[in-house]
Design a protein around this ligand. Sequence first.
Ligand code: ATP
Ligand code: MG
Length: 433
Amino acid sequence: MKAAILAVGTELLGTDRLDTNSLKLTAALERHGVELVRKAVVGDDEGEIAGEVGRLVEAFPLVLICGGLGPTADDVTRPAVARALGREIRIDEGLVAWLEERFRSFGMRMAAVNRRQAEVIDGAEVIPNPLGSAPGMRIDAGGATLFLFPGVPSELLGMVASHLEPWLAARSGGRRRESGVLKVAALAESTVEERIAPAYGEFGREAITVLSSPGEIRLQFWATGSDGERRDRLAAIATRLRGLVGPAVFTDDPEATLEQVVGDLLRERGATLATAESCTGGLVAERLTRVAGSSDYFLGGAVTYSNRLKSQLLGVSDELLREHGAVSEAVARAMARGARVAFGSDYAVAITGVAGPGGGGAEKPVGTVHLAVAGPAAAGGGGEAIDHREVHLPGDRQGVRRRSAQLALEMLRRRLLAVVAAAPAPAPGGAAR
Ligand code: ATP
Ligand code: MG
């Protein structure tokens, strides 16, 4: 089944209100395997609404409409839909009584205008609204079914759960649509696109979408069918995509952030972390400390913007700074090593770069960033190993800073993955089983 959504409300055409109801409606459609094909927003204009409803009902078997069911003169969804369907409207005296009782229960007398909310389009089934005074409607018209919901988000949500979802469930025969997610750090969108291309052929182009934001890409994929069919197909797509993309996939949890994943890895290994940041001004520390419980592994960090503090706090030598400049591999490595020593952590990340817009040169253009991760050498034995990367990042100042922080966390994640998690503590009581 294919569906369309129409959001009604002049405020939704302005600059400070966004139509979020359609996202809730879309989520309900997705859960039941219904494909949303079109979404429209119109103002509180009877002619506009009637015209749009007429077109949608011609084209789609399911049309969901929200907003414009209030009692005031600008709420014209009811007459507009009636006009589009060529139907009459009548007052439902049962609804009038319900509305009057609702007002009485608040110690108020119902205003005459509220009688409009008892208007029902011929042939419609009324959908009660336990949270407000605007009842909804379901109307079968020709080959199409229309749902009318109020615009107030909490009221709409309640009625979606009580009426739309059961209606969809009864028609889906247990077949639902569900999605899985893989998140990828610090790879270009074009690179990801190139790598996953074979999966489009295998699972269908429309089964997988790539959503890109600076430094992070979200692969979302869908499966429709019974519970078992969906589970198997989502697992198959995820396995294939992981194989194609490689270790840049950092989670399959839609809500998990890179800093959470890094934090979990540190905690599992019983390791601590410190930061030394120059051009990112503490962004990495900020992200790490967003995670509740990060005090388990994050000790703290230094924002060493000046050369003097790079020397004083991190022990970066003046010769090094003079010889290589603050934005250099040598200084990034020295900052990471220095932070590890100064803060007594197992690992340290360091960032130094040119975020722009000024300060760039021919040798070190804006976007040049050196990143380093210091930690114990893999072989153990007390040695130290420092990973380094030099990158040339696109974007404006904030973009360069955000991407740098993301890359630093990703470098740390890769480093930690190479280290085996600490063995779980023995069970209390001691006896091995
Ligand atoms: P109702 O049918 O419940 O009376 P309405 O459109 O007549 O809704 P309004 O007063 O226009 O009532 O809107 C009620 C509230 O709901 C407003 O804050 C409005 O911005 C919000 N709202 C309406 N439509 C949407 C939407 N599509 N997404 C998010 N919020 C919405
Ligand atoms: Mg409105």
